[in-house]
Design a binder for this molecule. Structure first.
Ligand SMILES: [Zn+2]
Ligand SMILES: [Zn+2]
Length: 270
């Protein structure tokens, strides 16, 4: 497929598109809740008594904006390579593969992204990586949507890479890949906005990732809690978590006598 656009046009389209969505749509929702309805926070906010300081909020906005534009520019270059030079393994005709393969490719694309997201994120919570890189994302303990991309630029490049990679590994229809990528951004928004939003089937409540920002080394999954269930890293009731209680998602048991014989509190249901 050749659309006949120049490189700069691809970059311009992705930059304008990303900023309209991130600053325009995201900013409008943010203003409605965090400015206009700030006094009603009990009604709509997950951490209703906690707001980022003005300084941190501004820092998250500028860092998030910088990273989002960095990724959008890169997506523009890749889009140019894909559409003008056939770089990827994406295909454009649904008829060339059956519906069973279309669904399988969507599942594989999601699995690739979720696997990378979980293990790289959990890895980011190991001592050195946390202190030097991932702790920047955790400066925002009451996340707002700006914090989707407010992190160390190297970490942001890493996360963007495994979202781009499936297009070069798994043969997939363009729309299938576009749908999975769009969902990862929607869920990123859902999880970081700090606003009580409806549960999404398979994904669960957006309190799951909000709690990750609140309790730190727990709830590492991105689109779902599957790998946290496998590795037993979901937050548990009665356990105590702080930024310094590195314990593989287990926290510290504060009052074992209240938690029964094995002092393992029940997994919080999201
Ligand atoms: Zn984290
Ligand atoms: Zn986060």
């Amino acid at each position: 497929m050749q659309l006949g656009f120049a490189l700069w046009q691809y970059i311009a389209i992705t930059l304008v598109g990303a900023n309209v969505l991130y600053v325009g749509v995201g900013g409008a929702v943010h203003w409605w809740y965090y400015v206009k309805n700030k006094s009603n926070a009990k009604r709509w906010k997950i951490q209703s008594s906690k707001f980022l300081s003005k300084k941190l909020d501004r820092e998250a906005m500028w860092l998030g904006l910088f990273n989002m534009n960095l990724a959008s520019g890169a997506f523009g270059v890749i889009g140019w390579g894909v559409f003008e030079h056939g770089w990827s393994r994406l295909y454009y005709d649904f008829g060339s593969h059956g519906w069973d393969y279309t669904l399988l490719s969507m599942f594989l694309c999601w699995l690739f992204i979720e696997t990378c997201a979980f293990y790289l994120h959990a890895g980011g919570h190991i001592g050195w990586f946390y202190k030097n890189i991932h702790s920047i994302h955790h400066r925002y303990s009451a996340p707002t949507f700006w914090t989707i991309s407010a992190m160390h630029p190297l970490e942001w490049i890493l996360h963007s890479s495994y979202i781009i990679l499936p297009a070069f590994i798994i043969p997939m229809h363009l729309y299938v890949y576009g749908f999975v990528v769009a969902m990862t951004f929607v869920l990123g928004y859902w999880d970081h906005c700090g606003i009580k939003l409806p549960r999404i089937p398979l994904h669960g409540s957006n309190k799951f990732h909000d709690d990750h920002h609140k309790y730190f080394h727990v709830n590492f999954g991105f689109t779902c809690s599957l790998f946290d269930r496998i590795h037993n890293t979901i937050r548990r009731d009665g356990h105590h978590y702080t930024e310094l209680s590195f314990n593989g998602g287990k926290g510290v048991v504060k009052k074992p006598e209240e938690l029964g014989s094995n002092a393992v509190g029940p997994v919080v249901d999201y």
